[in-house]
Design a protein around this ligand. Structure first.
Ligand SMILES: [Zn+2]
Length: 335
C-alpha cells in the first residue's frame, strides 16, 4: 500500500491497481471508468476497450496499452467494461457486483490465493433485495403517476446506474434522457448494448414535448435543489425516484444520507452487498484477503471469522483512505 494506491509485485513484474497517478516502471490497471478509478498522468495501462472509450467520453485519454504480462482481466459486473485483475495468485476486484441487473451480468469470481477486495457495502446490515422487486416497485409508482398524468424522473449515477435504469424502464413512453445520460447511452449503444434510444432533455425542451404529460426521464443523481430537478418539479409537477445502494443502509451514523431529497428512494446498487462480498471470498477460495474501498474493518473482521487471514488496507495513509472517507460522506460515484 502506497500513498498512490496499491502496488502488486510478483516475480519481478509490477502492476499498480487503480493508482491515483501513473507509477514509473509499472503498468496501471484501470478497473473501470468511474472518476475515482481513473489515474492522472499518461503511463501505460491495462484496461478494457470499453473503459478506454468511456474515459475518453468523460475527457480522460488513458495512456497506451501496456503488455499485460502475467495479468489477466475478468468481468467485474459493476458497469460496462469493468474488470477485475488476476495477477499470479492474486485477484483484485476493482468495484464488483455478482448480481445480474438489466444488460449487466454479475461477475463470476476466479479462484485465487490472495484476494484484494472492495468493501463499499461490507458492513453488517447491508442487504439488497432482488432487482425484480425494485423494478416492480418502481413500475408500480410510475404506473400510479401515469394514471394521474404525472411525469416521473428516475435518478441514479450517470455512468452505470442510468444505463441500467434506461434498460429496466425504457418501455415507458415517451422516454426522455438527461443530455449527459443520453451521450453515455449513445456510447453504450455504439459498443453493442441494446438500449432504447430516448430523446435528450434539451431537444424535448426545445420542441415543447415536456408540456405533454406524463413522461419518464432518466437523470444522474441530482439533488432536489439542482436547477433541473426544481424545474421538472415546479413546472411539470414531476415526481422523483432515486436509486442507490445506500437506500439499504442499516441506519449507521457513518453512512451518507440517501436520495438527496427525492420523493422515493429505492435500493439498487452496482456493488455487492455484505453477504455477496462474503460469498465472493468463499467462491475464490482465498486464504488471504486485503480489504479496501469502504467498510474495511467490518469486512476484514467477517472474513477473519471465516478463517481467511484478512486485513484492512485503509490504515495505510493515502488515497484509499481518502476514498473511504469520501464514500462514507455519500459522494460515492458508483453506489
Ligand atoms: Zn465504480
Amino acid at each position: 500500500m502506497t500513498p498512490n494506491g496499491i502496488i502488486c509485485e510478483q516475480d519481478g513484474a509490477q502492476v499498480a491497481l487503480d493508482p491515483a497517478s501513473a507509477v514509473p516502471g509499472a503498468a496501471s490497471f484501470v478497473s473501470h471508468a468511474h472518476a475515482d478509478h481513473l489515474p492522472a498522468g499518461s503511463g501505460p495501462v491495462i484496461c478494457s476497450a470499453e473503459t478506454r472509450a468511456i474515459a475518453a467520453l468523460r475527457g480522460t485519454e488513458l495512456g497506451p496499452d501496456a503488455d499485460p504480462g502475467p495479468a489477466r482481466m475478468v468481468d467485474a459486473g459493476h458497469i460496462l467494461g469493468s474488470r477485475g485483475l488476476v495477477f499470479g495468485d492474486v485477484f483484485y476486484t476493482g468495484d464488483i457486483c455478482t448480481r445480474d441487473r438489466g444488460f449487466l451480468r454479475g461477475a463470476r469470481p476466479p479462484r485465487c490465493r490472495v484476494l484484494v477486495t472492495e468493501s463499499t457495502f461490507g458492513a453488517p446490515g447491508f442487504s439488497f433485495p432482488p432487482v425484480r422487486e425494485v423494478r416492480d416497485r418502481a413500475n408500480q409508482i410510475i404506473s400510479e403517476m401515469y394514471a394521474r398524468g404525472v411525469p416521473v424522473v428516475l435518478m441514479g449515477h450517470g455512468l452505470g446506474k442510468a444505463q441500467t435504469l434506461t434498460d429496466l424502464f425504457g418501455h415507458w413512453d415517451p422516454l426522455y434522457l438527461h443530455d449527459g445520460v443520453h451521450a453515455m447511452n449513445e456510447l453504450h449503444r455504439s459498443l453493442g448494448v441494446d438500449l432504447p434510444a430516448g430523446i435528450p432533455y434539451s431537444e424535448a425542451s426545445r420542441r415543447g414535448l415536456l408540456a405533454r404529460r406524463p413522461w419518464v426521464m432518466v437523470c444522474p443523481m441530482l439533488p432536489s435543489r439542482s436547477p433541473l430537478v426544481r424545474e421538472l418539479r415546479s413546472v411539470y409537477g414531476a415526481v422523483t425516484i432515486a436509486f442507490t445502494g445506500w437506500a439499504a443502509s442499516p441506519g449507521r451514523p457513518d453512512t451518507p444520507p440517501v436520495g438527496r431529497g427525492a420523493d422515493h428512494v429505492l435500493p439498487l446498487s452496482d456493488h455487492c452487498d455484505r453477504d455477496e462480498l462474503l460469498d465472493l471470498a468463499r467462491r475464490t477460495g482465498a486464504e488471504e484477503a486485503y480489504v479496501t474501498h469502504g467498510f474495511e474493518e467490518d469486512l476484514a473482521a467477517a472474513l477473519a471469522d471465516m478463517g481467511v487471514r484478512a486485513r484492512p488496507l485503509g490504515a495505510a495513509r493515502g488515497r484509499q483512505t481518502a476514498r473511504t472517507r469520501t464514500r462514507r460522506r455519500g459522494r460515492s460515484p458508483s453506489s
